[in-house]
Design a protein around this ligand. Structure first.
Ligand code: AMP
Length: 590
């Protein structure tokens, strides 16, 4: 497909305010693209160059994009910079400047999607001495040959500012519509995506081999699987009940979730949000090579700091110090991490995902060397009794842990979903809503009075409704911000302002500014209450007029923005509904 046509579709997607319309346009666009370009088109729609776990970055700073624009238009760099400062969107500046550029005649707009993508790969691959010039020149060449609308997206793409608002689920649904004319393949595509985490690859398989291709996507080494997630329930009795009267109970460790892939002597580690984090954990890599007795394996565990002298786990505040880019080696020697292994997904050519929990656990135990000092099987008991579960829970808390995760003995490994096959119980669940929530920022307010100087007065936050693929509002948060946080939020959010309410946001409230739903913050609140103001669960509460809100919400956490969570990984509407019900039970019980 000519990139010009592709860019015109982007222009339409950007301007719609309904998710359904967005799917329609995306599907129409995908239909016209052939199998040789579909993976690139999907990556571009996601705003990436490859699956995120590949870690391929553009490495192009705004200044370089300005230089390229200056070469392509013949305009002065200062003029470009001041235009950019005014609009905050270099794509818009590019569109405007290109439209009025005298060099315009020379442009024939002959680039295809593949050609633009190849140039972007060239930009990302340039490294070392002279790479800046290569990047600038390559971008300038593409810009000079493109129409103003194309330029808008060609500039935004490598700067990470495409902001089409199409989430992965929307793209999958559009692929289904493009391929079959209806949504019926969405679940199948989603399942394949949970297993391989690569949307471009899925699209290509679909185009080349149809439904058969999608069905044949298997767990593969060095392609992370979306991690299984835990639900929550407030009491041991409810947990035992829900898990059929008998379950496994494991200690819950508070550290970094690691999905470890090993093939021979090659080990790679992926985080909860599917980024490759191998470089962060040289100690875990070594421990895997030393003490995992399997040629090819994918297993999971929680890595946390451990005091060898006292045999105690250290709190998360200690473990988090390992999250750094510099001095990793020194730090890993000073504070080596211990991996508490809790699941196995693949072994020697076979997927273990469909085996029941107790079979997987057996195999996991078998591959960890008895002499290992750095990798241990998580502590576990199997019980029928709420009393025994509670005892194990109390002991875990006493030894400084967060709580327990109870697991369904018969359940397979459920990638990417919470399906009550894992249920967590943390100390904080024992009261009202004292567990934290992860909310996505949907908009923000300007400051009044003493806050005016920070250009920040509060947030509008929401949760994710997985079924409808929409973000629903749940709370305004106006208190608990330090001056530093206000400055940081104002600067971060001003860069992702949206012109109007994004298509995948459902809201009855209008903040001063809408933003693209990308940042997640951790929030504590006293209680979930019913509210006619918010859209969280408004349509599935049985009372279409009323949603849920938070009482006394405040931001917590040392890192303001949760870098380990994407917007869709925030607390879901379904979880809020469940928490509200639990809260009612707990309140009436005590
Ligand atoms: P939460 O982050 O509170 O939703 O709790 C789920 C997380 O607990 C998982 O993503 C793991 O990182 C972590 N975890 C710690 N210990 C275990 C365990 N024994 N089984 C499963 N997950 C665990």
């Amino acid at each position: 497909m000519q990139f010009k046509e592709f860019a015109e579709y982007f222009q339409r997607i950007e301007s719609v305010s309904s998710r359904l319309k967005m799917i329609e346009i995306l599907a129409d666009m995908f239909k016209k693209i052939d199998s040789s370009e579909i993976s690139m088109a999907v990556y571009m729609t996601q705003g990436v160059l490859a699956a995120p776990y590949e870690g391929i970055e553009f490495g192009l700073a705004t200044k370089m994009a300005e230089d390229a624009l200056s070469i392509a238009t013949g305009k002065d760099k200062n003029e470009i910079e001041s235009l950019y400062k005014k609009s905050g969107d270099l794509g818009l500046s590019a569109e405007m400047l290109m439209a009025e550029s005298k060099l315009r005649r020379m442009r024939s707009s002959s680039y295809t999607i593949g050609m633009v993508y190849d140039s972007m790969i060239k930009i990302s691959k340039a490294s070392g001495k002279g790479s800046k010039e290569v990047k600038v020149r390559t971008l300038a060449e593409v810009l000079a040959a493109s129409t103003p609308i194309e330029c808008k997206y060609i500039i935004r793409y490598p700067l990470g500012q495409l902001r089409l608002g199409a989430g992965d689920s929307t793209i999958l649904e559009a692929l289904s519509v493009a391929h079959t004319g209806e949504r019926r393949m969405k679940e199948e595509l989603e399942h394949a995506y949970n297993i391989c985490s690569d949307l471009g690859f899925i699209a290509e398989e679909l185009y080349k081999f149809g439904e058969k291709g999608i069905k044949s996507i298997k767990v593969t080494l060095f392609r992370p699987i979306k991690p299984a997630l835990a639900e929550r329930l407030p009491t041991p009795e409810q947990i035992i009940d829900r898990l059929g009267g008998r379950c496994a109970v494991e200690q819950k460790y508070d550290g970094f979730r690691c999905q470890v892939h090993k093939s021979g002597n090659t080990v790679r580690i992926y985080s909860r949000n599917l980024e490759e984090t191998t470089d962060m954990f040289p100690d875990i890599v070594k421990a895997t090579k030393d003490s995992i007795e399997a040629e090819n394996v994918i297993f999971e565990g929680e890595a946390l700091a451990y005091n060898e002298k006292t045999s105690e786990f250290l709190p998360f505040q200690e473990t988090i110090q390992r999250k750094r880019k510099h001095d990793v080696k020194a730090m890993s020697e000073q504070m080596p991490l211990h991996l508490m292994a809790f699941d196995i997904i693949y072994l020697n050519g076979k997927s273990y995902m469909d085996l029941p929990y107790n079979r997987r656990r057996e195999e996991l135990g078998r591959i960890i060397s008895q002499n290992s000092e750095r990798i241990t099987l998580s502590n576990m008991v199997i019980t029928k009794s709420a009393k025994e579960l509670n005892k194990f829970f109390e002991e875990s808390i006493e030894s400084g842990l967060e709580g327990i995760v109870a697991k369904d003995l018969n359940s397979s490994y459920i990638a990417g979903a919470r399906k009550f096959s894992w249920i967590k119980l943390k100390r904080s669940y024992r009261g009202l809503l004292s567990d934290t929530l992860d909310l996505v920022i949907l908009g923000y307010y300007l400051g009044k009075g003493s806050r005016a100087e920070f250009k920040f007065g509060g947030l509008l936050c929401g949760v994710y409704n997985k079924k409808s693929d929409m973000f629903e509002t749940i709370s305004r948060i106006g208190t608990g911000f330090s001056e530093d946080n206000m400055k940081k939020l104002s600067s971060l959010l001003s860069k992702i302002r949206a012109k109007s309410k994004p298509a995948r946001v459902s809201s009855l409230i209008n903040p001063d500014f809408w933003v693209d739903p990308v940042y997640v913050v951790t929030v504590r609140a006293d209680e979930i209450t019913r509210s006619p103001m918010h859209t969280c669960c408004r349509n599935n509460s049985g009372d279409a007029e009323v949603g849920y809100a938070l009482r006394f919400p405040r931001i917590i956490g040392t890192d303001l923005i949760r870098e380990d969570k994407r917007a869709e990984d925030c607390t879901s509407s379904e979880e809020i509904d469940e928490l509200f019900k639990q809260q009612k039970k707990v309140t009436t019980k005590f």
